[in-house]
Design a protein around this ligand. Sequence first.
Ligand SMILES: NC(=O)c1ccc[n+]([C@@H]2O[C@H](COP(=O)([O-])OP(=O)(O)OC[C@H]3O[C@@H](n4cnc5c(N)ncnc54)[C@H](O)[C@@H]3O)[C@@H](O)[C@H]2O)c1
Length: 264
Amino acid sequence: MGGTVVEQSELAGRVALVTGAGQGIGEAVTRALVARGARVAALDATPDGIKKLEAEFAAGAVRHYTADVSDSRAVEAVVDDVEKNVGPLDILVNVAGVLRTSPVVEISDEDWQRTFAVNSTGVFNTSRAAARRMGERRSGAIVTVGSNAAGVPRTSMAAYAASKAAATMFTKCLGLELARNGVRCNVVSPGSTDTAMQRALWAGDEVPERVIDGDPAAYRVGIPLGRIADPSDVADAVLFLVSDRARHITMHDLYVDGGATLRA
Ligand SMILES: NC(=O)c1ccc[n+]([C@@H]2O[C@H](COP(=O)([O-])OP(=O)(O)OC[C@H]3O[C@@H](n4cnc5c(N)ncnc54)[C@H](O)[C@@H]3O)[C@@H](O)[C@H]2O)c1
């Protein structure tokens, strides 16, 4: 079908950097980009998943980079290498993130600092490195995967929610600065999505049904659409925002949470 062919080659020739690409949402985003013809530099702190992705696809489709997004020098080195060996960056998708839950009075210095180092500073490190190059070339698209927790208070999630709110506002400010350079910056804010990060929560006293139903005692709203998201639901939103179909959209925050936050 004609439409399908166009869709499948929508990102042909584009070069993308995806962080947190080794599993979960980052893996789904990587697969979706490759399926549309992009070449993807897949970055993760853990090598196993990204090496598997590199091996799975035809030569050149995925190149793996083992690095920690909180390390600005390592990030600069990766972006340099991507530009030399994969091609000039057209797309950056910030997916790498960590979730450490506990009530504020019990959050350790280490948990607070690590949460911000990865979820906020990590987004700054990769986005700054990409923005310098994209801005000069006057084209590019950046998407940061935030969280619906950035906009609604949740118990035991203060560090995570605050770090995601920082990444969200940073990405919007970057979008304003880069608008005149033709670079678009948007946020995709997922709700509960079926990945290892989410299942780690279920290992406690949460089960999928409780997440869907909500829990008034924990000030936790339910999911009106009645299901947990698949990573591909989030990847679809990312794909749209990095594509030319979204050429007039920047500084937007697209919630993919089944209505959980009522966009409050
Ligand atoms: N799963 C959910 O319910 C959910 C909901 C809202 C937002 N999110 C966000 O979506 C993103 C992806 O989440 P996921 O559920 O796929 O998580 P996940 O834990 O399954 O995968 C995260 C990936 O990021 C990598 N990573 C972690 N720290 C890193 C670092 N410092 N440098 C480089 N890579 C690093 C991990 O190795 C892992 O491969 C995260 O930013 C998360 O906060 C997830």
